[in-house]
Design a protein around this ligand. Structure first.
Ligand code: PLP
Length: 479
């Protein structure tokens, strides 16, 4: 294949994509597949002679597609969504066709300038105050790592990159017990070390960290000679939407001179709706905030929006300028590779620009509001089922529940865990919906979240009937 017949195959791919999405609702969300089946269907060595596009495309349809879990399926209620709005898919296609490296302004002037603009559109959409500057990172994990490195460098008077950590004293970073594992990874990779990540227990219905516990931990560490360096807040934790009281927690952290980062990877998208902003009230005090438009908002993966109050600290931490990367004579330009860990950068701003223009903030707000309404509908129906227990109430569109039949009330938790494992297995093997599990206070529970781009109310209704039907069958089968 070459550019001569690209148009033919581009059309074929577009037709395939449209048909795939038209029929997605009729497919199982997750394939019933034996591990190794796809691997066995693929040749063990690369072909010596070129194969025809016809053959390659046929194998894609016959081998690959049946082996995929369908993340864009309207009844994908597992993990968090990874929405790819059709308009963002088109933008990605254009980006792939230009295939520019967007590391410096001069390697991609339009991409750089558009990135600054659309991140400012997003800042306004989220209600973040002026003064926050944005950059697109590949993932929230990278944004958090960049923030943790900034915490480290700032606490070490910007000497850590040069001198290493051997004689640095022990830095401490604080967070709640419910943060995502990307925080652990950032602590490992930064060299700060897991033992120096201080996890404060959570309290209350929002599962936010205990504020007095945070204050006490910082004071104790100082008294013992540690160096408190940073605080990472959670808004919309992965298990059950755990959200810290930002106003109180950031006030403590700032008064203690810590660099602060807010992980709102999933829930951040909902902050385009003013009525949900109470979940991150006080966010304007943060030094760094990340959320993923590639989760709920519809900007195809990958696209992580990272806002910082003082870009200078980030740039002082990450910028490196060998002669071959120096740009001459253009004062005031931004080279976004100095704001992120990888040097090479894709043109990610285009899909955001297309998305925000093609749907408008209002269209995106309607989608988020519908998802929250339908999650509450499913929650209310499950709460009304006599054998079900709601474990955590809806945080936006996420809640958790478990099966606790009357006959098993008072049974040990291990038996209930095993029962709920059997229930989620039955639900996912059935294929009509897809859910995942988590642990809440040591109990095995089932997570339910709504959020896929094409979800409709009928999909919420289907979820209610599948859960009721399969829980009933399980209880009957087990007597
Ligand atoms: N933070 C939270 C709360 C998440 O739920 C996730 C992923 O689901 C992440 C961070 C990591 O996001 P990414 O895959 O963009 O690194």
């Amino acid at each position: 294949m070459d550019w001569g017949n690209f148009s033919q195959w581009g059309h074929r791919a577009a037709d395939w994509a449209a048909e795939y999405h038209r029929t997605l609702r009729d497919r199982p969300v997750r394939p019933a597949l034996e591990p190794g089946k796809v691997r066995d269907a693929i040749a063990d060595s690369p072909p010596e002679a070129a194969e025809s596009m016809e053959e390659i495309f046929r194998d894609f349809e016959d081998i690959i597609v049946p082996g995929m879990t369908h993340w864009q399926h309207p009844r994908f209620f597992a993990y968090f969504p990874a929405n790819a709005a059709p308009i963002s898919v088109v933008a990605e296609y254009l980006v792939s066709s230009m295939a520019a490296q967007c590391m410096l302004w001069q390697t991609s002037p339009a991409a750089t300038e558009l990135e600054g603009k659309v991140l400012d559109w997003l800042r306004q959409g989220l209600g973040l105050p002026e003064g926050f500057s944005g950059v697109i990172q590949d993932s929230a994990s990278s944004a958090t790592l960049a923030a943790v490195l900034t915490m480290r460098e700032r606490a070490l008077n910007w000497q850590g990159n040069k001198q290493g950590l051997s004689d640095a004293g022990r830095l401490r970073i604080y967070c709640s017990a419910e943060v995502h594992t990307s925080i652990d990874r950032a602590i490992w990779v930064s060299g700060i070390g897991e033992e120096n990540l201080v996890r404060i227990p959570v309290t209350g219905p929002n599962r936010g960290l205990d504020i007095e516990g945070l204050q006490a931990a910082i004071e104790l560490d100082r008294a013992e000679g540690f160096i408190p360096a940073g605080f990472i807040a959670s808004v919309g934790g992965t298990s059950a939407g755990a959200s810290d009281d930002l106003e109180a927690a950031l006030a403590v952290a700032k008064a203690e001179g810590l660099y602060t980062h807010v992980d709102a990877a999933w829930a951040g998208s909902a902050m385009i709706c003013p009525e949900f902003r109470h979940y991150w009230q006080g966010v304007e005090m943060a030094d760094s905030v990340v959320f993923n438009p590639h989760k709920w908002l519809g900007a195809q993966f990958d696209c992580s929006a990272h806002f910082v109050a003082d870009p200078e600290s980030l740039v002082k931490t990450l910028a490196i300028q060998p002669e071959y990367l120096k740009t001459q004579g253009a004062d005031g330009i931004i080279n976004y590779s100095e704001w992120s860990i990888p040097l090479g950068r894709r043109f990610r701003a285009l899909k955001l620009w297309f998305l925000l223009r093609g749907h408008g903030m209002d269209g995106l707000r309607t989608m988020i509001r519908n998802h929250v309404t339908w999650a509450v509908k499913v929650h209310d129906a499950i709460a009304a089922m006599p054998a079900m227990e709601i474990v955590t109430a809806p945080m936006l569109s996420l809640f958790t529940f478990r099966l606790v039949p009357t006959s098993m009330k008072g049974d040990d938790e291990a038996a209930l865990d095993a029962l709920n494992m059997r229930l989620i297995e039955a639900i996912n093997n059935d294929g009509r919906i897809y859910l995942t599990q988590t642990k809440i206070d040591g109990k095995f529970v089932i997570r339910f979240q709504t959020g896929t781009w094409t979800m409709e109310e009928q999909d919420a209704d289907m979820a209610i009937s599948v859960i009721a039907e399969l829980a009933d069958s399980l209880l009957q089968a087990e007597g």
